[in-house]
Design a protein around this ligand. Structure first.
Ligand SMILES: O=C(O)CCC(=O)C(=O)O
Length: 297
């Protein structure tokens, strides 16, 4: 078994060498982007959101599970006052008297940045995270999307190979950056991020819909995947076209992460239909998640 790569501590500004490595490999990884106190506050913040939304009809609307065999089929609680929602693992049946269990079975919390000050601070003004993003996108940065991803212990589901730009709709695909921040030590066993270095240079790859939106077989070689194992507080920064995946959590603890996306201000969001014409394969075939399943995106 090869030793875990130890990444450098997260700086507040990238060196020229790090910037070139990002454009060449499609990603960079760092330890200690968040302090242990910020990690702890974030973990607690996610638990608080789930507990305050769950079966609390004034705060959030409950939508029961629609299917156990789709990553989008889990039960959810949707805020009545913001866009935030908490989606549970597919197949998990929540119950109002089992909230401690429910918080361990969240799969995704979306648009959560305004639900606790710590999340907004990390998204908008954290010196290391903003410093890295601005080193790559320039000073004029727009915030694009927030998600927190939990992989439940003993079987939390796979997020299959995809490019985040397949979900988005921007004019310039090079100007979208994802930051993925570990809130637990992320390991190959519990479902850390895996990436195919340099594959962002392949451009848009066709996605189809299986249990989730994923790159069709044969476009990338998963055998080349690099597991990006990080200590809690570490951060992966990746290009919007970089294929990535997280496997099933086969450990006995949950694996939590925050994911914030940014784009440069000059990079406009366009309509999904216009994006069909941008996010396409070399032969012109529309390749985005909306092209794969129009009704979901
Ligand atoms: O953290 C994960 O499990 C997957 C995150 C991801 O790639 C995504 O949701 O786009």
């Amino acid at each position: 078994m090869s030793a875990r790569t130890i990444y450098p501590d997260c700086p507040t500004e990238l060196s020229e060498e790090q910037i070139s490595a990002y454009w060449s490999d499609g990603f960079l990884a760092f330890e200690n982007a968040l302090s242990p106190a910020e990690v702890e506050e974030s973990r607690q913040g996610l638990i608080d959101i789930a507990r305050s939304f769950a079966f609390n009809d004034e705060v959030a609307e409950y939508r029961p599970m629609t299917g156990a065999d789709s990553n989008y089929g889990g039960a959810s609680f949707r805020s009545r006052s913001s866009k935030c929602f908490v989606q549970l693992e597919p197949g998990y049946e929540p119950s109002p008297d089992k909230l401690d269990e429910l918080v361990l079975n969240v799969r995704k919390t979306q648009d959560f940045q305004d639900e606790a000050p710590v999340f907004n601070r990390i998204y908008t003004s954290h010196p290391r995270i903003q410093g890295v993003v601005r080193s790559l996108l320039g000073q004029a940065v727009e915030r694009y999307q927030t998600m927190a991803l939990v992989k439940a212990a003993n079987g939390g589901v796979e997020k299959p190979w995809h490019q985040d730009n397949a979900y988005f709709a921007v004019e310039n695909m090079d100007q979208v950056i994802g930051t993925w921040i570990a809130l637990d030590d992320a390991t190959a066993e519990n479902g850390c991020m895996r990436v195919v270095a340099k594959a962002h240079k392949l451009g848009p790859l066709r996605h189809h819909h299986t249990f989730d939106c994923e790159i069709v077989t044969g476009r990338i070689d998963p055998a080349l995947a690099i597991p990006v194992e990080l200590k809690s507080g570490g951060m992966l920064v990746f290009h919007g076209n970089l294929p990535h995946q997280t496997p099933v959590n086969s450990s006995s603890n949950c694996r939590r992460a925050l994911q914030y996306h940014y784009r440069s201000t000059s990079n406009s969001v366009i309509s999904k239909d216009a994006y069909y014409k941008v996010f396409k394969e070399a032969d012109g075939t529309p390749a985005s998640c909306k092209a794969a399943l129009p009704e979901l995106f």
